[in-house]
Design a protein around this ligand. Structure first.
Ligand SMILES: [Zn+2]
Length: 314
């Protein structure tokens, strides 16, 4: 069985044919078009190429930013470059030559759908996932079902308030988790310390090679004993740990999956995070909930989207 997975992002659209083992057989990436008149033919051309390269898929899964109604596949809210998709049904835009089932949801839920079919969430009924990238995405599976909520917003765990008077967030709130623990937040902390002239390897590195001013570099400097980097990383992990402990209290999941580029820090993130979470949650939970890394290696979003079509009942 082969399904078509499509990831619609602000900068790129990626589409690929995925087999039942979660392997991408063929894929195409296009720059996200500026308007609908360009979007439709560009997407159709990419899909047409994939159909010629492989075979007709059994179904289609689409992951898209914003608020998506999974029943109708309609894009309910999508600010930014893709605003022209608002009010449209993604199933109408795919344009396959035959009538195939099309499933759609937001990109964070789609990542968890991929984990349910091929990754860490397989065989589990209650799972929470955080995608730690430039922002923080979230999704939850409760009693075997992806949690969507009354208006399709449930699971936006990056917008959990962790600092009532914290920095403004893109969502309109203040002090959301993604304002204190995300690649953007951690890099912002490091830049402001560098501008203050703090004594750190980061100061020299960021001034001489600003292209290396990334979250990965900051975690690496912390591992190598840089005090400033260590303080930034510890503070951010403490706040993430507080949020994760709260999520465990709310969802009582079997496990919590961490994905996204910041989770690439591996043990440097997981070891202190587990300690922080355990300290804060053992009283109520009385057990150690596994914090694990995402297993679906594909970061394009194609495999996750395919997971939605492979197991549509999730
Ligand atoms: Zn927010």
């Amino acid at each position: 069985m082969v399904v078509l997975g499509i990831d619609i992002g602000a900068a790129q659209i990626k589409a690929g044919m995925v087999d039942d083992k979660g392997a991408i057989l063929a894929s195409r990436t296009i720059a996200t078009p500026p308007d609908l008149d360009t979007f439709v033919p560009s997407l159709h051309a990419a899909i047409g190429w994939l159909l010629e390269a492989t075979a007709l898929p059994a179904g289609v899964g689409v992951g898209c930013k914003g608020i998506i109604d999974p029943d109708s596949t309609q894009v309910e809210r999508l600010p930014g470059t893709l605003h022209y998709l608002q009010g449209l049904r993604l199933s109408d835009l795919v344009g396959l030559p035959v009538d195939l089932p099309v499933f759609a949801d937001n990109d964070a839920r789609v990542a968890l759908a991929g984990e349910m079919v091929w990754g860490a969430a397989r065989g589990h009924e209650d799972v929470v996932m955080l995608t730690l990238g430039m922002g923080v995405g979230g999704a939850a599976v409760v009693n075997g079902q992806l949690l969507r909520g009354h208006g399709g917003v449930a699971g936006n765990l990056g917008h959990l308030t962790v600092e009532p008077d914290g920095p403004p967030c893109a969502c309109g709130n203040r002090g959301c988790l993604e304002t204190v623990f995300s690649a953007r937040a951690i890099e912002g902390e490091a830049w402001s310390a560098v501008h203050r002239g703090c004594d750190s390897t980061l100061t020299r590195l960021f001034r001489d090679q600003p292209q290396l001013a990334t979250c990965r570099t900051i975690f690496q400097a912390a591992r190598e004993g840089d005090e400033l980097a260590g303080a930034i990383v510890s503070k951010a992990i403490r706040k993430l740990g507080a949020a994760v402990a709260g999520l465990l209290h709310v969802f009582d999941p079997e496990l919590l999956i961490l994905g996204g580029q910041v989770a690439d820090a591996g043990a440097d993130l997981l070891v202190p995070l587990r300690e922080e979470v355990w300290t804060r949650s053992r009283g109520l939970l009385g057990r150690d909930v596994a914090l694990v890394e995402q297993q679906v290696a594909d970061r394009s979003g194609i495999v996750g989207a395919a997971g939605l079509a492979m197991a549509p009942r999730v």
